[in-house]
Write a new protein. Sequence first.
Length: 183
Amino acid sequence: MKKEIVKREKLVNSSKSKKGPTTKKKVKVVGTEYYTNQNTGEITEMQVIKLEERDFNFEKIWFYHILESLNLVGGAKMKVLTTLLELKNKENIVITTHKKLMELTKVSRPIISETLKLLVESNFLVKKQTGVYIINPQMLFNGGQSARLNVLYEYTNSKESMKETQVSENPDTFVQSEDKAND
């Protein structure tokens, strides 16, 4: 009996995947070119290579099936989250209003406001402007690497812009938090 349990544990432990890095570099030979040495005038044939970063070690999910399941298990905040995910476009942008979210989710305005605030604080969303949010492409994105990097650039710029706006609107709060950090 004891040997059987040990065998099962070994089988379970060996079948678990180990998470590693999520990107790797691939070297791709583009071709050959001729280069001239500026000092000697000597012409040299060289192979031209291209380094590409590729995504791997990820898990594939069927997005809308997961959303349906989350809606079944989750509460009001989960309904807001799943609705935001359904509303996102290919650039991870969600354009909506509190009123529209209330109609779609049948959830109260305070819950919607609290959920949006929590998602922004947890770095899942950034508010680009009133009614426009960007979902962090490091957490969720559908598309290729270059498209994801473009969205990540926009997300980061919007995040920095919101920080600057908060500082300009509440300079006392910013100075106070700096003073606390220096203590």
